[in-house]
Ligand binder design. Sequence first.
Ligand code: HEC
Ligand code: HEC
Ligand SMILES: [Ca+2]
Ligand SMILES: [Ca+2]
Ligand SMILES: [Ca+2]
Length: 444
Amino acid sequence: MNRVLFLLGLLLAFALPACSSGSSGPAPEVTPDDPVPDPVPGPVPDPDPDPDPDPDPDPLPVVNLGDPRPDLTADQLAAFQRGREVFLKRFKPSEGMGPLYNATSCKSCHSAPVPGGGSDLYRNFYVAQYGNEFFASNLPGLPSPVVPAFGSVSNPEFTLEGGRRSMPDNVGIFEVMADQRNAIPMFGVGLFELISDTTILANSDPDDANGDGISGRANSDGAGLGRLGSKAQSNNIELFTRAPLFNQMGITTLPFLGTGATVSAGHTAFIAQASGNPNDPTTDFDAVPDPEMAASDLGDLIAFSRFLAPPQKKGFNEAAVRGEVEFANIGCVKCHIPALESSQGPVEAYTDLLIHDMGPELAGKVSFGVPQASATDPDTTEAEWRTAPLWGVSHIGPWMHDGRASSLDEAIRMHGGEAQAIRDAYIALPETARFEILEFLRHL
Ligand code: HEC
Ligand code: HEC
Ligand SMILES: [Ca+2]
Ligand SMILES: [Ca+2]
Ligand SMILES: [Ca+2]
């Protein structure tokens, strides 16, 4: 990992005011959300210099970011609306929040530009494990690689500084490996569940049989083929709701559908290795009896994530039309596939839902999931990332898995590894052509 960024990240994570809780005494009965004041507006999405002069002659109904999908039944819409309240709700310790947490609501991180979106850098958190390539383990006392920054813990391996946890350099003789994460937006993610394994695997080329330098491969959660998360490590929305509830907020739940929520059966291409049983209840050691969330609220929260509408394209101006052609010509579409077929028509997310080695600069240290076997890639996924969906991409900076890019142009220039040659082709373009590609991205 980039050492400077890592150190900067440490500063970001630990130097910001942690007025939330003193480390001594019982957790106060307040909602310690947003310990940091509203941030100075961070990197703003690139301004759109062209206000789309020619209106679409036959415009689609406008669906704004954060709206529900327009095709929902009345019951689904009602569940979405109730789920939105759960998503916005700040949980209190008396309601089960904690004892360890990074935030007190889903919206704390998925906030920009509207609930369901991304977040600024100050909300970044760490994932960490210790060990070596044969054996990697969560930090002592933690149920997952997510390292909660706040809350009380009795484990002496950790120190608490003003309520914020500090990351040890080592556990025993083993180095601690840590990466940062910046929230990724959730608009349209429910549609990823409707894309079949066959469709996803059709684009994978784990051994780079066609010799184009790109070996996209599928990831899995051990039971079902992955679609969600920065490493496509998770199969379905239920898992990606119960996990942040527990790991980010300390809210325990019973499975809603459990394995019944898995949207595709385990695939024989994968080693059978379960990475957490979806039928396990989550439990913790605070005074509030588990489960801490009613099944009805959990179901509604799942409905909210599942039914968020995908971002809607803006009518393309001439520059965006040319940019779309260049985006295809130089090969961005090899990973950012414009549309994948689903049971409800094409999903225009500009991703293959596969993971790619993006080179040493972007590589992390923590592996997630059980990837498709490959002759060219290791059995673990440290260096690989899911092709980021590009729909709505101009609304959700900062960019890349840890928010290290503060503009779209910078994000593209950071592509390495399998994307290196195509990144170089982008840099070699005349400036107008680069502008047109960015203009295209700003219309997605
Ligand atoms: C502390 C910040 C934080 C909080 C709080 C948080 N998230 Fe996230 N969310 C993230 C990050 C970071 C990712 C990407 C994680 C990864 O690396 O896979 C993410 C990813 C997701 C995704 C997958 C999106 C995709 O494109 O695959 C969903 C769904 C999601 N979160 C739902 C929720 C829900 C529901 C809640 C509340 C229970 C929640 N999140 C709370 C930071 C957060
Ligand atoms: C080899 C596959 C591959 C190719 C080719 C590729 N990308 Fe990407 N792209 C990715 C991956 C993987 C990520 C996520 C990396 C991360 O999160 O660190 C990404 C991220 C991005 C992002 C940031 C999105 C976000 O939400 O943070 C943009 C913008 C982008 N790509 C544009 C492009 C453009 C333009 C091209 C062509 C010049 C291109 N990409 C070529 C795989 C690829
Ligand atoms: Ca709890
Ligand atoms: Ca290939
Ligand atoms: Ca409890």
